[in-house]
Structure formats: C-alpha cells, structure tokens
Design a protein around this ligand. Structure first.
Ligand code: DC
Length: 224
C-alpha cells in the first residue's frame, strides 16, 4: 500500500493546526504537528539552562533528543509536554532554535521517520518545500497579520486571562519575520501548494475547503 502525505504550511496563527486536526480525524490520517517538535526541543534546551547563543550545545541536544507522538500527545524524553511547549518562554525562543540549519537537519530526519508507514497530515513551515517535497497534496494556509493577532487575542481572553492585542501582534510579526527570513528552509509557499486564505472563514468552512480538494485528488479513505 502506498501511504500519502498531506502538507500544510503557513504563518503562525492562520488556523493550520485546528483545520489539520479536524481533517485528519475525518479522513482517518495521522496528524503531526511539526512545530511542536521544535517547541519540545526548545523546552529541553531552556530546561537544560543552555545559552541560546551556544549553537554547538543546541545542535548536540537536537542529535539525541527523544521526541514522539502518542495518543495525540507529544512526548519529550518519555514525558508528555503538551502544556509546557505552549508557554510564553517557548513562543519567544522557538524561532531562534528552529533557524539553526543543523537543528533543522536533525528534526527533519525525525519528522520523516515519525511519518513513515502512515497516511499523514503534517503542518508547519517547510512541510511541502523541504520535509515532503513529493507530498500528494500541499496547502498554504494564511490570513492577514491583524486577523491572526485578533484570533490569538480572543483565544487568550477565552481562557480568562488578560492580553494586549498590540503585544500579540508585534510578537507574531517578529516570528513571521524570523520564519520567512532565515537562510535555511524559510517559510514560503511551494509552487504546487493550494492557497487558502482563512480571513472571514469559519473553521468548518476551512475544513470543507480542504476536504473538497482531498476528494478531488482521490486522497480519501472509506470514511468519505
Ligand atoms: O507552528 P508553531 O507556531 O508551533 O511553530 C513553532 C516554531 O517552529 C515557528 O516559529 C517556526 C518553527 N517551525 C519550523 O521552522 N518548521 C516547521 N516545519 C514548523 C515550525
């Protein structure tokens, strides 16, 4: 049997992971969050008190790190770290770690290994350009900076916390900058990726748009 990969790339906060998870459930594919792997690595680096300027030490950790997914949780060295990888200190530092070419080489190898022998939907920044250039279907999901910041702001408020919209906007802007300007595997839309703009779109509308293309290209299983 030939396994399929659906690649979803795009900037932070565009709705990639929410849409990807729902599509994966509906077509019975395994969802893999490639950004979560850079986040788990960043968590390990920060908890090991390694200086973010110490590239050699960071690369060394990336060679040996044990990151895996099980039952929709991400495990770092055998421990579930779903909550920790979403902390502010990770948001602030993950782009720096992900910009190191040797780190990317090691994590990309891990991302391919984890996907082996499965039908996979993976989201990130370089899934369709670098990790799986031969993916069967590629999407580039985006929305304006204002819209992405607004969504993140509302998400934080919904948890009962306070937030500053301008702060969030400049943080996302900064991550966008690092992700799109790094020398190795910058965030770009693959030539053969389908562009989806989620501005003004509900989550379900986004899911339906992807499903339409997946059906069209025959990437479905019996459930469809
Ligand atoms: O999708 P996310 O916000 O959880 O990603 C966290 C960081 O990891 C993001 O700033 C860029 C990096 N990343 C990457 O370089 N390549 C990927 N395939 C996924 C994420």
């Amino acid at each position: 049997m030939e396994y399929k990969v659906i690649a979803i790339d795009g900037p932070a906060g565009a709705g990639k992971s929410t849409i990807a998870k729902l599509v994966a459930e509906r077509i019975n594919y395994t969802y893999i969050d490639s950004g979560a792997m850079y986040r788990a690595l960043t968590l390990k680096i920060l908890d090991s008190n390694i200086d973010l300027g110490d590239t050699d030490a960071i690369v060394e950790i990336s060679e040996k790190v044990d990151i895996d997914f099980e039952n929709k949780s991400i495990y770092l060295d055998g421990e579930a770290v779903d909550k920790q990888i979403r902390e502010e200190r990770i948001n602030k530092n993950v782009s720096t770690v992900a910009a190191i070419p040797e780190v990317r080489k090691n994590i990309v190898a891990l991302q391919r290994k984890i996907s082996y022998g499965k039908n996979v939907i993976m989201d990130g920044r370089d899934v369709g350009t670098v990790i799986f250039p031969n993916a069967f279907l590629k999407f580039f999901i985006t929305a304006s900076l204002e819209e992405r910041a607004r969504r993140r702001y509302l998400e934080i408020l919904s948890t009962g916390k306070t937030a500053d919209l301008q702060d969030i906007k400049s943080q996302i802007e900064q991550r966008d900058y690092v992700d799109t300007h790094r020398a190795d595997s910058p965030l770009i839309q693959a030539d053969d990726a389908i562009l989806i703009d989620t501005l003004g779109q509900s989550i379900e509308e986004g899911v339906q748009e992807l499903m339409k293309y997946i059906r069209l290209h025959g990437g479905f299983v019996d459930a469809l």
